[in-house]
Design a protein around this ligand. Structure first.
Ligand code: NAD
Length: 455
């Protein structure tokens, strides 16, 4: 059985039968026999299912948001934001799929024709995270289904009710039961899924789990994508409007209670404006309302996983011991529930775990720098490379800095942002492969080369 807890209260909200190795194997066999006829349907039919899935989301948006909030603890307005954001992603896939998946002729002369078609991979595993289950799930299963794959979707054990809702919505929209199946369970269910002779693994989660999966899957020479964590930096130059930058970065650090893969996790500030920025930033953070995630006015909710509180407490203790100055927060709240105060440190450095290890919570360190050179060096001083940002008035200065930062996505005067039109990827421990954009549709296919000589 899988127990689902409400992270705001610690109360059990569901007990679900979990998959076993045998049931996972049976789901794989069913997916394998269903995949070819799904792939053989015209693309328009598969797209029509996604269009109806979109309508289903719209029709049940409030109910789905309430379920998400109940199991993940996401403040209700942010749950609705995620669902509304999903609609834009679906629109992108609906528009971009046909041109991206169309066969193309690349040579046609002297009786010789060369064509490329985009073949589905087959049956793929989609092992997912809980922090944005609609976003990170749909980034995979929507283009995978559209491209003709069958999907075995393992939602995180912390977002299983949402995963089951996604399954129901897709089936109601016309995706055959066996073409999209939900695997219920935690790490053992994920491992059982990887035992199957699947044709691709698309994982979103932590670096630690990603390395385990890479070890298991690597030798099998199948498509492997790992979308992992980050320790995303932002640098505030001395020519900015301090209040505007502070407000934007406080949101980027604390939205979703800091539990975003692209949350701002490190801030560097030019020495000329450092003190003013810290004051403005701390006052923004102090203004964020912590409370019951079902309350419309709450901005900070509980952490989804109780264990993360230990990580945050250890980072706080380490930062204090190494001389950082605690500006606000720093303590757990409760029990009941997994609550932690929004926390800001200044006078931090890279000896501190707070500036090196993913925090994945409402905590941030602000470090003063002498100028752009030092900022670039510190932004790149990380094992991760998901996103990085610069706040500056001068566009050319920002571009010069961002071009030297080693990250999958870079931001000028914004942060914690994902666009369906742009590829979402990371370097170093932030993973391999990508989702979103037309590349994130192609990635669920393999190009087949046709050499056709007329008789
Ligand atoms: P996690 O690694 O704990 O779990 C992810 C998934 O893997 C879950 O479904 C889990 O049940 C499963 N799993 C765990 N052990 C497994 C095993 N041995 N074999 C197969 N499956 C296994 O991560 P999480 O706590 O769910 O998510 C948080 C992490 O995800 C953070 O590091 C965050 O930065 C990252 N993340 C990255 C992105 C991105 O786009 N790069 C997006 C969201 C989250």
């Amino acid at each position: 059985m899988l127990t689902v807890l409400n992270p705001a209260t610690g109360v059990t909200i569901a007990e679900l039968p979990a998959d076993t190795p045998d049931s996972v194997a049976a789901k794989y066999r069913a997916a394998l026999s269903a995949q070819a006829s799904w792939a053989a349907r015209p693309l328009d039919e598969r797209l029509a299912c996604i269009r109806r899935f979109r309508q289903g989301i719209v029709g049940e948006l409030d109910k789905l948001a309430a379920i998400l909030t109940s199991e993940v603890g996401k403040p209700i307005r942010q749950s609705r934001n995620e669902l509304n954001g999903l609609l834009g992603r679906l629109d992108f896939f609906l528009e971009a799929a046909a041109p991206t998946l169309a066969a193309c002729t690349v040579f046609d002369a002297d009786g010789m024709l060369e064509r490329i078609t985009h073949e589905p991979l087959g049956v793929i595993a989609n092992i997912s995270a809980w922090n944005y289950p609609y976003f990170v799930g749909a980034n995979v299963f929507v283009p995978a289904l559209v491209a003709g794959n069958a999907v075995l979707y393992k939602p995180s054990e912390y977002a299983t009710l949402t995963g089951l809702e996604i399954g129901n919505l897709l089936h109601t929209a016309g995706v055959p039961q066996d073409v999209f199946q939900v695997i219920v369970g935690a790490a053992d269910a994920g491992s059982a899924l990887l035992e199957q002779p699947i044709d691709g693994v698309f994982f979103t989660g932590s670096y630690a789990t990603g390395t385990r999966i890479a070890r298991v899957v690597g030798p099998r020479m199948i498509r492997l994508q790992l979308e992992l964590g980050g320790k995303d930096p932002s640098y505030v130059c001395d020519d900015v409007d301090v209040a505007t930058a502070a407000a934007s970065l406080a949101d980027g650090a604390m939205y979703n209670t800091g539990q975003s893969c692209c949350a701002v996790e490190r801030i560097y500030v030019h020495e000329r404006i450092h003190d003013a920025f810290v004051d403005a930033f701390v006052s923004e953070v102090k203004g964020l309302r912590i409370g019951d995630p079902t309350d419309e006015s709450s901005y900070i909710g509980p952490l989804t996983r109780a264990a993360q509180i230990d990580v945050l407490e250890a980072q706080v203790a380490d930062a204090k011991a190494r001389g950082a100055i605690l500006r606000t927060g720093g303590r757990r709240l409760g029990p009941p529930g997994n609550w932690f105060e929004p926390t800001v440190f200044s006078h931090v450095n890279h000896d501190m775990a707070l500036m090196r290890e993913e925090s994945f919570g409402p905590i941030i360190g602000i470090q003063q720098v002498a100028g752009d050179e030092e900022a670039v060096r510190l932004m790149n001083d990380t094992e991760y490379g998901l996103t990085a940002g610069v706040y500056a008035k001068d566009a050319r200065r920002a571009e010069r800095i961002l071009s030297r930062v080693n990250a999958g996505s870079v931001y000028w005067n914004c942060c914690d942002r994902v666009s369906p039109r742009l590829p979402w990827s990371g370097v170093k421990h932030s993973g391999i492969g990508l989702t979103l954009s037309t590349y994130g549709i192609e990635t669920f296919t393999r190009p087949k080369a046709w050499h056709l000589r007329s008789p």
